[in-house]
Write a protein that binds this ligand. Structure first.
Ligand SMILES: [Zn+2]
Length: 183
């Protein structure tokens, strides 16, 4: 596992480190495509949507290639009382890279996951030399390979017990906030 902290550096966290949220898959590619032209975030979405037109199923996406530019972000660690993500991302550190090789990984999730995950595309980047990366805001892929794993199972594991998770009011619809911070 790799962790991109707010200082922009890549860390390999200790195996006992916990995280409040994780989306994971055992990646088995169903579709592989090669691209040889400038592909931005929108064009990648179109390529995957055309390859997997069933928008009500999950896709895991992995893109290995060379990027003429890529812009990522990370968010600093937060303390209690935890502010909403819209507040946190106002001061988010943004990192820009040019002429860099690496891998994008992430998911296309269906609209109905609203509230428990991010509908649409959510991608993270790690450079080939494992020194830079982050949550992807925009990119131009010059050439590379797109792999798609079509995922028809979704398993959610929640914190049990007396922790703070059980006392948060999760009734408010935060989808507009999420839309604002994701791009
Ligand atoms: Zn992210």
């Amino acid at each position: 596992m790799y962790q991109v902290k707010a200082d922009g550096k890549v860390y390999t966290p200790a195996m006992h480190l916990t995280t409040p949220f994780a989306s994971v898959v055992k990646f088995n590619q169903d579709i592989t495509m090669t691209v040889h032209r400038g592909i931005d975030f929108r064009s990648l979405e179109k390529i995957v949507d055309d390859a997997v037109p069933n928008m009500n199923i999950f896709c895991a996406v992995k893109v290995k290639g060379h990027f003429s530019k890529i812009k990522t972000r990370s968010v600093p660690a937060q303390k209690k009382p935890y502010p909403p993500l819209t507040e946190v991302t106002k001061n988010q550190p943004v990192f820009s890279f040019e002429d860099i090789s690496g891998t994008l990984v992430g998911f296309r999730s269906p609209v109905y996951v609203k509230g428990i995950n991010v509908p649409g595309y959510h991608l993270h980047f790690i450079s080939e030399d494992f020194t830079s990366g982050g949550h992807v805001l925009e990119f131009t892929l010059e050439e590379g390979t797109i792999e798609i794993d079509i995922c028809n199972r979704f398993l959610m594991i929640l914190p049990e017990g007396e922790g703070s998770f059980g006392r948060i009011d999760l009734g408010r619809d935060r989808s507009d906030d999420l839309e604002q911070v994701e791009r």
